[in-house]
Design a protein around this ligand. Structure first.
Ligand code: BJW
Ligand code: ZN
Length: 265
């Protein structure tokens, strides 16, 4: 039996299936991965700006970065990989089985594809959160604030601008003027506890599929050995090996948009 066949057999027998996705699953939709080529904005790499220290230094610069990424993501559509996962979930639910999709992605493309039981571990780029009262609101405005209207093509050699608080997006509650931030999880920040609880429950499954993640960012990366330790069979789809490859029962090397329809369909 080849590895695709043995994987499909395990999938058909599994009562609980959990999938962990990363930026690679959206790469074929045209969204650059976090650490791969195209992840650079002006002179900054994504990790330079996806952290609270960058926000404390210059919130306007961080917002410009997310404004740019929102502009690049707004017209992107789910690819055959997202769709295959949504179709698997629908089939499993109809058969009374349990399916959970843990995603590190902030692009919401799994939801657009029709996936239902999605845990957005690192939040959503399409939500904003008030830094004063905590109110979370859906928001697809581009630019996020009028002050950024002409800044997308800013010359990288220019000094970083400093925005006054009045130029940053502010809270929608009438009695609160707190600055809004992207509702995403930055380095050193804890994941939402309810999401951690759902994830820790979901890794107790029969089959755990890891797709398009470099598997270096915790706690998400730790879910892979966590699933294995709880007795799950583990499969990985990635263009290249990751630090988790050695503990996987199956490795499918290549694009997620090709492998997922092939092994799940
Ligand atoms: C394809 C493909 C195709 C390409 N098909 N594949 C334990 C040990 C060490 C450190 C820590 C630890 N616990 C916590 C930490 C600190 C830190 C961390 O993990 N650091 C590591 C980098 C070392 N973690 C945190 O800070 C977390 N908070 C936390 O734990 O709080 C408590 C605490 C703090 C400090 C110490 C201890 C405890 C929070 C993590 C939040 C991550 N946030 C980001 C930004 C979100 C917003 C934004 O996007 O701007 O989330 S970082 C970034 O990485 C983003 C991603 O979701 C995440 C994962 O990246 P992903 O998805 O794997 O993307 P890439 O680009 O890395 O990889 C793409 C992969 O796809 C590659 O493998 C390609 O080959 C592949 N691929 N095309 C298939 N077509
Ligand atoms: Zn507020």
């Amino acid at each position: 039996m080849n590895s695709t066949e043995s994987f499909r057999k395990a999938l058909n027998q599994a009562h609980r299936v959990t999938v962990l996705t990363g930026a690679g699953v959206s790469a074929e939709s045209g969204i650059p991965t976090f650490r791969g080529p195209g992840g650079l904005w002006r002179k900054y790499s994504a990790p330079d700006l996806a952290n609270p220290a960058a926000w404390a230094r210059n919130p306007g610069l961080v917002w410009e970065f997310y404004n740019y990424r929102r502009r690049t993501m707004i017209d992107k559509q789910p690819n055959p990989g997202h769709k295959a996962l949504a179709e698997l979930e629908a089939r499993m639910i109809a058969a009374g089985r349990v399916f959970t999709l843990l995603t590190q992605n902030i692009d919401d493309l799994h939801l657009t594809a029709g996936s239902k039981n999605v845990v957005r571990l690192h939040g959503s780029i399409w939500q904003v959160r008030c830094t004063r009262c905590g109110l979370v609101t859906d928001n697809r405005d581009i630019p996020i604030t009028p002050a950024f209207a002409d800044r997308d093509g800013a010359d990288p050699s220019l000094d970083d601008p400093r925005y006054a608080t009045k130029d940053l997006p502010t809270c929608y509650q009438s009695n609160c003027s707190g600055v809004l931030r992207p509702n995403v999880v930055w380095f050193t920040e804890p994941l939402e506890w309810t999401n951690m609880e759902k994830a820790l429950s979901a890794i107790r499954c029969d089959l755990f599929l890891v797709v398009g993640t470099s598997a270096v960012v915790y706690p998400a990366a730790g879910f892979v050995p966590g699933a294995k330790d709880s007795g799950a069979k583990v499969a990985e789809i990635n263009l290249e090996p990751t630090p988790m490859s050695d503990i996987c029962d199956w490795q499918f090397h290549g694009p997620a948009g090709e492998w997922l329809p092939k092994i799940l369909g």
